[in-house]
Design a protein around this ligand. Structure first.
Ligand SMILES: [Zn+2]
Length: 390
């Protein structure tokens, strides 16, 4: 017995046969129903070596190398077929599940879809650790369930950002990461979500995913209406405000520092937006820092793979708060799946097509056009080479 899979080797994608999957201790075999094509798959196809070096410097040595056959696919939903030894079998065969893309491999842990030892779900079948599996609730479709992984990335970014419902959130870049952030911001009740992208297609998707204000940065700055939200956008205004407050407090009959301390205790502080950088190109963080109001929080979710530079003095004078985000916890993954299944996450507009294994190479090409595509899913049982609607 063999399985069909899309193999990436020396940056080429080909459908080939692999030996049938064999579940090891603690593992289950899944029949792959859907698997999302991720931007990182597109990147790794051509920059495997660079990614491997990055991971290696972080202490992760099992990243695939360019001449090893690699099967991508870490955003998957499948049906339980069988179990290996030392498993509990808690989900009966036929149960629809998602699984976190991590797999025990002896003493190591492999990232499924980025290690040549642990092939991903661009394949008919895959093995997953039983402990990583989550049942798909509410009869949720495989298409929507396959969005769990990328949406969990958005959910983690929103949680790490500690956004309050009244905070204005600005999402720069409406690719899959930006769209996931928009969906999860709205799912968590944030009232004003501003989205910016140069592509009209992407702006339309941002609107469909729930963005309240959608901006074309070629025509209008995503930061232009900030005075309307009470943000402080220049150092001169800030200094004026400080002296203003101090003068007002000094006129009061009690010592000004008591009033100041009380105001702090009551939580009076200038409004500031939370800005999500979801593009990942050099220069963007600095550009946001330069245009952002004082005290802004910038959450960096775009995966910039090049060396970048910033002007620290801008960040210092504005007291910009920068947070980098990566991945999600198992709890965030599980909660994301449940939020999607409960209809709280408006992520369906992100799915722009479904292809079979034979259509993956073409899908990688068409994903280069932001006007048309955001997330293409693979259905290993389909024969479609051109993406069809889900
Ligand atoms: Zn991904």
């Amino acid at each position: 017995m063999h399985i069909k899979a899309v193999i990436c080797k020396n940056a080429e994608l080909k459908v080939e046969e692999l030996p049938e999957v064999e579940p090891a201790k603690g593992q289950a075999v899944l029949d792959v129903l859907r698997c999302g094509i991720c931007g990182s798959d597109l990147h790794v196809r051509h920059h495997c070596e660079h990614m491997g070096n990055m991971y290696s410097s972080l202490g992760y040595k099992n990243f695939a190398s360019v001449d090893e056959p690699l099967v991508f696919g870490h955003e998957f939903c499948g049906e339980v077929l069988d179990y290996g030894p030392s498993t509990k079998g808690k989900f009966k065969p036929g149960t629809r599940v998602c699984a976190l893309p991590l797999r025990r491999q002896g003493k190591d842990v492999d990232m499924i879809g980025f290690s040549s030892r642990s092939h991903g779900a661009y394949a008919e079948r895959i093995v997953a650790d039983e402990s990583m599996m989550v049942r798909v609730p509410n009869g949720l479709s495989a298409d929507m369930a396959a969005l769990t992984e990328p949406m969990a990335v958005g959910w983690h970014a929103v949680r790490r950002a500690e956004v309050r419902k009244k905070d204005v959130s600005i999402v720069i870049g409406c690719g899959p990461v930006g769209l996931a952030v928009i969906c999860m911001l709205k799912a968590s009740g944030v009232q004003i979500v501003v989205a910016a992208d140069f592509s009209a297609g992407r702006r339309k998707m941002a609107e469909q995913c729930g963005a309240d204000v959608v901006i074309n940065p070629a025509e209008e700055s995503p930061y232009s209406n900030w005075e309307g939200h009470g943000f402080i956008d220049s150092l001169a205004v800030f200094l004026d405000k400080v002296v203003d407050i101090q003068e007002t407090f000094a006129k009061l009959p009690i010592p000004w520092w008591h009033t100041w301390r009380l105001a702090e205790k009551l939580g009076f502080s200038p409004n500031r937006p939370v800005i999500f950088e979801c593009v990942g190109v050099p220069g963007l963080v600095n550009q946001i820092m330069s245009s952002a109001p004082l005290g802004s929080r910038i959450v960096v979710a775009g995966l910039c793979m090049e060396t970048d530079s910033i002007e620290p003095v801008i960040g210092i004078f504005k007291e910009i708060d920068i947070r980098f985000v990566m991945g999600y916890t198992p709890l965030e993954y599980r909660d994301t799946l449940h939020m999607i299944a409960e209809g709280k996450v408006n992520c369906a507009p992100m799915i722009t097509g479904v292809v079979g294994l034979e259509g993956v190479d073409n899908a990688f090409t068409v994903l280069g056009d932001p006007e048309k595509h955001a997330k293409i899913l693979i259905d290993p049982k389909s024969t479609h080479v051109e993406p069809v609607s889900a």
